[in-house]
Design a protein around this ligand. Structure first.
Ligand SMILES: NC(=O)c1ccc[n+]([C@@H]2O[C@H](COP(=O)([O-])OP(=O)(O)OC[C@H]3O[C@@H](n4cnc5c(N)ncnc54)[C@H](OP(=O)(O)O)[C@@H]3O)[C@@H](O)[C@H]2O)c1
Length: 253
């Protein structure tokens, strides 16, 4: 019996690397997508050695049409089915909307909205034909509060996953938005954000986020908010005025 395959975008670091590892541990072959070839190759060597699974590397820049098209073509290939798609690649912008160029804002929407939308579209056809598939969109708790273009883009991921899970789960394909709070990854360092003011209790480790995200996806949930403390914070944020929720969110991404 061949193993099911999972394609993870942004697999060279942080949450994507952790998704790849946990999916390999649970018996998935992998397709790893990111831009940095040496890091992709190193991850692949490690995963093959540690878990005995097959690992393809698929270098692609998801800010480019060619990069998205090459990943979409791999997902749509009926001869090489992909059972799990994890739309995870992303970055934040250190400045607020008015402080960025319009090109930076457009790239931000490309990586957080347009690329995941196109990859879901490519994956969905074969998944529905097989009546089997799992799609995970890595969103953020920022998608529940007024939080600039990052929060708005993540809100799209949450809203679309809620719609798509309702529509496609009865046809065998689940769609889950995983919404972490602050996680120790390279995200904030790449963004150039100083995070010293974030209290220790608000930080999560990638393994905890991914374990709960995968469990909620396997349970067919449309939204996963890892840890009870963040689920409580988000429930409370719905009860307070936007101004209060936005002030809390202003502490970081
Ligand atoms: N860390 C947090 O606190 C946090 C909280 C909530 C949500 N999230 C979300 O979690 C997701 C993963 O972020 P992370 O925290 O794991 O950050 P990270 O450690 O910086 O990892 C980002 C990954 O995305 C890849 N990537 C970036 N730009 C890309 C591009 N143009 N094309 C292809 N791949 C690209 C990077 O690889 P290359 O540089 O090799 O391309 C890297 O593998 C993001 O969607 C982020 O919004 C993070």
């Amino acid at each position: 019996m061949s193993r099911p395959a999972a394609l993870v975008t942004g697999a060279t670091s942080g949450l994507g690397a952790e998704f790849a590892q946990q999916l390999a541990r649970s018996g998935h072959d992998l397709i790893l997508v990111a831009r940095t070839v040496p890091r992709l190759e190193a991850k692949a060597v490690r995963l093959r050695a540690d878990f005995g699974v097959q690992v393809e590397v698929l270098p692609a820049d998801l800010l480019t049409d060619d990069g998205v098209a090459s990943v979409g073509a791999r997902l749509a290939d009926p001869a090489r089915p992909v059972a799990v798609l994890v739309n995870n690649a992303g970055f934040g912008l250190v400045h607020a909307f008015e402080g960025n160029t319009v090109e930076q804002e457009a790239d931000h929407l490309q990586i957080l909205v347009t690329a995941p939308m196109k990859l879901m579209h490519a994956a969905l056809g074969p998944m529905l034909a097989r009546k089997d598939g799992r799609i995970i969109n890595v969103a953020s708790v920022a998608g529940f509060i007024p939080r600039g273009s990052y929060g708005a883009a993540k809100a799209w991921g949450i809203s679309f996953s809620r719609f798509a899970n309702l529509r496609y789960r009865p046809r065998g394909v689940t769609v889950t938005a995983v919404c972490p709070g602050f996680v120790h990854t390279e995200f904030h360092q790449r963004m150039g954000a100083s995070m010293g003011r974030i209290p220790k209790w608000m930080w999560l480790e990638p393994d905890v986020v991914v374990r709960q995200g995968l469990a909620d996806s396997a349970a067919g949930k449309s939204v996963s908010i890892p840890t009870r403390r963040y689920a409580t914070l988000i429930a409370l944020s719905r009860l307070v005025p936007d101004k209060v929720a936005a002030a809390a969110g202003n502490r970081g991404r």
